[in-house]
Design a protein around this ligand. Sequence first.
Ligand code: UD1
Ligand code: CA
Length: 456
Amino acid sequence: MPLSIIILAAGQGTRMKSSRPKVLHSLAGKAMLQHVIDNSRSLQPDQIVVVIGHQADQVRDFLHGQSVDLVEQTQQLGTGHAVEQCLDVLIPGNDVLVLYGDVPLISAASLSKLMVNGTDNAINILSFEAIDPTGYGRIVRSADNRVTAIVEQKDANNEQKKITESNSGIMFISGGQIKSLIARLDNDNAQGEFYLTDVVQHAVAAGLNVSATVCDDSREVLGVNNQKQLAQLEQINRHRNADRLMLAGAKLYDPLRIDVRGSLEVGADVEIDVNCIFIGEVILGDNVQIGANCVIENSTIGNDSKILPMTSIDSAHVGNKVSIGPFARIRPGTECADEVKIGNFVETKKAQIGQGSKISHLSYIGDTEMGRNVNIGAGTITCNYDGVNKFKTVIEDDVFVGSDSQLVAPVTLGRGTTIGAGSTITRDTPADQLTLSRSKQTSIKNWPRPIKKQKD
Ligand code: UD1
Ligand code: CA
């Protein structure tokens, strides 16, 4: 059946003690609400409706440009009231899945399972076994184990409070029933709210089937109310990522000390040392080694390449058998061909570096097109910026640049050029010749060193 997804995100989130709306706080570098939206998309719904309320403007701004329908719930009169506000925008007849913007770790797999199990029922609830169910709605079952109601903590009697099967809040409601079930809600309860959970008892009274699917991993349905819980979810997410990587064959020197803020794909025999952070989409080929304390963002690293400790790589493409670092900074637009070597204290930006070329120490290479087998001496700088505009440096194959040289762009070093150490190159250089720009070395005999002046 075609599906609509509702994400409840109108709540206040007072306990975050923050000026930012709760659902916009980030988990693994991405807003909680965005996690829920991204997971929702994998179910390919016809529509995603987000219910906003507190700090609606900020949430609306955040969602700008994403294809979601927004519904504003100006007064938060309860979860049932929130869903009621959506009835007009829901595609008629679509099944509905209700999610929470502050429950970000729910997996697409659990949601799919909920939907599959829900097909023959008017309602299917995602429940979980709570070690301490205090605060959660309890799933009430009949003697023959059928779900008959959800009772909120504040409305539960002592017997019901002993039930450990709890309501995650996530619920599937069949498209044919949602309108009439929501219409029957009232706020005659301990909190004076319109409880979405009351649809269960109304469905049962109408002779409809209600089921509950127990979530395999109760950590997925944890909600966030304060920074402490958010940190716990970060930890759970880190563990999940580490487990996934190890099961994919990666060796993690310490699975507790890796942070994946996005998606990390690994080939065979990848090794990752401690304290590395992977941001956005990162792909590591076979046999890649990442040293300690590296930060790698939106980049691809080819097979058999080694990234040595303390290296930062952002939006770069690194070929096979490349060695980078320690202490290198590879900035956006860097493309290293195979067998390139980049050593310590080297910064690159918008630089194509040809096969087998080496930049071993202390250099800045920006806006540069470099051929194969080039050797860049220590302390070489491409002077790409005149204070207003950027210019390009072209370094052809087999060039050797002596240490401490400045290449003032725009400039081209012809194939096989040798640059003498300490040169400032301002004009194109001819192929296969030595080019240098130095004042002649002179020596002055009997030159007296300056003497410190006596103070009066
Ligand atoms: C709800 C469930 C409870 C379940 C628990 C799981 C109801 C009546 N109870 O309780 O059975 O165990 O979640 O965490 O549904 N929201 C709105 N508009 C509103 C009210 C809430 O958008 O008017 C949003 C909140 O922002 C939040 C979510 O709905 O994301 C849940 O609301 P909350 O008040 O936290 O519900 P609970 O009392 O925890
Ligand atoms: Ca809650």
